[in-house]
Design a protein around this ligand. Structure first.
Ligand code: BES
Ligand code: MN
Ligand code: ZN
Length: 480
């Protein structure tokens, strides 16, 4: 797809106009013919710019689409980005091939061009490879988008962000029967080959030799053995910073012997989203050619019940020597991350960021549109929040300190238990992870449970995997 500067005589078959309520009373400087049509629609009260309204107006050639952004003081870049994706998706579904999107009336929003690129790149996404009939819709890509606010670099960066997210979503959407830990390793190797990354994969024997007892325990119940994948990106010139990104890669979470009841097991193919995101982030880093050294760690296992599973009451030993008493095999994400966080700490990065669909408690606390953010450094936290704000992901900082919950981490027989009291489950998990991170390293933990998956499409999100976390992390890396 190409995004071009608007010319007066663009031959686009579709026109997409985003309007706030105020813009309807004082129509911006669009082409005269367009202004006239909008004026008529507004005077007939067919369109008032209400948030979430969409009007299709058939024209002599093609269609005009109007989307309402609501009141000016409530309108955000995030809303604009989602509306762009919605509008462009509607155009594609109506068999439009090209769109002209005048945006100069919105140019006060920083990141507008970037968002257009990102929305353009994401609007046609659909995971439909398994549908042989009755497809609700098929993926598409518009041939051309024209805009009068034009910044080539920003637009192309937005498109690269979109590609990074699509890369993650495509793997996250695959069911457990087609993506095992070894398949994750294959995906990592392919990526490494394409971009010249270093890629090291530890199989079950190597994991034993490397004392990755926690990851091995989680993987022990499945006939698909666990893998620890380490990808390294080194920029051409000497890097300013070294960052490690760690992802939870549970290719399916049945709960293990503490098996999940009925409905709770559904969507657990998405439990590898953290690791998929790490792959997407590395792709993005390569495409953007960032000047940071980035290490991706993917801790992959399948959590299954069987005769060889790890059990409740088992005591296992993580890579840093700490012992863990298992009191719930469904609290497996923190275990696979424990070993990976040790490995990440050992390479002495400036910052570690981990992302994981870690706790149902986080979903209970924050809902399905906001991820939990735990950070041991205020400066890192504000940088991540600034990136998330600009790129349209919502996070809420949660505490990494709680005497009461810390107390409940203690085991009578081992150093730690892997799950504690019922309350404050997301904080418990974060405090557990903290035990495996070198305390001299700045560290952020993103609990992306619940936000990883959408039941219906909305804005830039299609049905299924969202790749939530990729945008914030990539933006943070881009700014270093
Ligand atoms: N993968 C789940 C968490 C999850 C829940 C992700 C909902 C996405 C949506 C995780 O492994 C898990 O099972 N957590 C348990 C922990 C408990 C046993 C301490 C949970 O949150 O119930
Ligand atoms: Mn679980
Ligand atoms: Zn899990």
């Amino acid at each position: 797809m190409l995004i071009n500067r608007c010319a007066d005589d663009t031959s686009a078959d579709s026109l997409l106009v985003l309007l706030r309520e105020e813009d309807c009373n004082n129509i911006p400087e669009f082409h005269k013919d367009i202004r006239e049509i909008i004026a008529v629609l507004v005077s007939r009260r067919d369109f008032k710019g209400k948030k979430g309204s969409l009007l299709r107006v058939p024209m002599v050639e093609g269609n005009m689409y109007l989307i309402g952004l609501g009141k000016k003081d409530k309108c955000t870049l995030k809303l604009i980005r989602d509306s762009l994706a919605w509008g462009l998706r509607t155009i594609g579904r109506n068999h439009g091939k090209s769109a002209c999107v005048p945006l100069s009336h919105l140019k006060e929003y920083e990141g507008l061009c970037f968002s257009l690129g990102e929305a353009g790149g994401l609007c046609g996404y659909a995971f439909d490879s398994y549908k042989t009939k009755d497809k609700d819709y098929e993926p598409f890509s518009l041939d051309e988008i024209y805009s009068d606010v034009y910044d080539e670099k920003e637009i192309s960066n937005g498109l690269k962000f979109a590609d990074a997210q699509i890369f993650s979503r495509n793997i996250a959407n695959e069911p457990g029967c087609s993506v095992s830990p070894e398949v994750m390793a294959e995906k990592a190797r392919e990526l490494a080959k394409k971009y010249g990354l270093e890629c090291e994969v530890w199989d079950e024997n190597r994991l034993k030799a490397e004392r990755m007892g926690a990851l091995l325990a989680v993987g022990s119940g499945s006939k698909n053995p666990p893998r620890l994948i380490h990808l390294t990106y080194k920029p051409r010139v000497k890097a300013s910073k070294k960052i490690a990104v760690v992802g939870k890669g549970i290719t399916f979470d049945s709960g293990g012997l503490n098996i999940k009841p009925d409905n709770f097991m559904l969507t657990m193919k998405g439990d590898k989203t953290g690791a998929c995101n790490v792959l997407g982030i590395l792709k993005g880093v390569c495409e953007l050619g960032l000047n940071v050294e980035v290490h991706g760690f993917l801790s992959c296992a399948e959590n299954m019940p069987s005769g060889s599973s790890y059990r409740p009451d088992d005591i296992i030993r993580a890579r840093n020597g700490k012992t863990i008493e298992i009191n719930n095999t469904d609290a497996e994400g923190r275990l696979v991350l424990a070993d990976a966080l040790c490995a990440a700490s050992e390479i002495k990065p400036d910052v570690i960021i981990d992302m994981a669909t870690l706790t149902g408690a986080c979903v209970v606390a924050l809902g399905k549109n906001r991820a939990g953010l735990f950070v041991n450094d205020d400066d890192l936290c504000s940088k991540l929040l600034a990136s998330s704000e600009l790129r349209g992901e919502n996070y809420w900082r949660l505490p990494l300190e709680d005497d009461d919950i810390s107390e409940s981490l203690k085991s009578p027989f081992a150093d730690l238990v892997n799950s504690g009291q019922r309350y404050g489950g997301a904080i418990f998990a974060a405090l557990f992870l903290k035990e495996f991170v070198d305390e001299n390293i700045k560290w952020a933990h993103m609990d992306i449970a619940g936000v990883d998956f959408k039941d219906k499409e909305y804005g830039v999100y299609a049905k299924g995997a969202t790749a939530f976390g990729v945008r914030t992390c990539l933006d943070y890396l881009m700014r270093l």
